[in-house]
Design a protein around this ligand. Structure first.
Ligand code: PRP
Length: 192
């Protein structure tokens, strides 16, 4: 069990099938193409979960993109979040004067993005927006607005398409709810 009482193995219930995720990402890419002026969009992926979404979103955008990654570590999220966040890997390049778009897999409490937006705003990008695949607005502890949201989801523990439980499940093509007990990881998908 982890701190939230979730069993270390659990049944997987598909919440968002892979095809629906890809359809929605194509729509988000088209919206980004429409919204931005000339010039590249600087996609900033938050490690590690967002790298799957970033890879697909980048290919759904027709205008030029640049890709960079940033690492964030937060503490105390298991029970009540302490709100303590620190940078574990910085961007490789400058975003001064750039159209920067943070790419996130999920916004939960909002603590990660609230911190990151403050840090990156100080670097004087021309614009700074957020694209998140998933949003759990019912969990918010800090105000965060995403310009692009794939899906609003209920307060359930989700894995797959980059999202993990103890580093498992990131490679599932679907986004699944991890139920509290059941077969071992991958059994439902015939992987176990
Ligand atoms: C997850 C997710 C977001 C963050 C959202 O990252 O990828 O970055 O939590 O939570 P918040 O809105 O409550 O701050 P996690 O720390 O699990 O790291 P990972 O991406 O490496 O799995």
């Amino acid at each position: 069990m982890n701190a939230d009482g979730i069993a270390s193995t659990g049944a997987l219930r598909v919440l968002l099938p892979a095809a629906r995720i890809q359809d929605r990402i194509r729509e988000l890419g088209a919206a980004i193409d429409r919204d931005y002026p000339e010039g590249p969009v600087y996609l900033i992926g938050i490690l590690k979960g967002a790298c799957f979404f970033l890879a697909d979103l980048a290919r759904a955008i027709r205008r030029p993109v640049r890709v960079d990654f940033i690492g964030i570590s937060s503490y105390g999220r298991g029970k009540a979040s302490s709100g303590e966040v620190r940078l574990t890997k910085d961007l490789d390049g400058s975003i001064e004067g750039a159209d920067a778009l943070i790419v996130e897999d999920i916004i939960d409490s909002g603590i990660t993005l609230h911190y990151l937006l403050q840090v990156l705003q100080q670097r004087k990008p021309r614009t700074l927006r957020v694209a998140t695949l998933l949003d759990k607005p019912s969990r918010r502890l800090r105000p965060v607005n995403a310009a692009y949201v794939g899906f609003e989801i209920p307060d359930e523990f989700v894995v797959g398409y980059g999202l993990d439980y103890a580093e498992d499940y990131r490679n599932l093509p679907d986004i699944c709810v991890l139920e509290e007990s059941g077969p071992p990881p991958g059994a439902e998908r015939g992987l176990a």
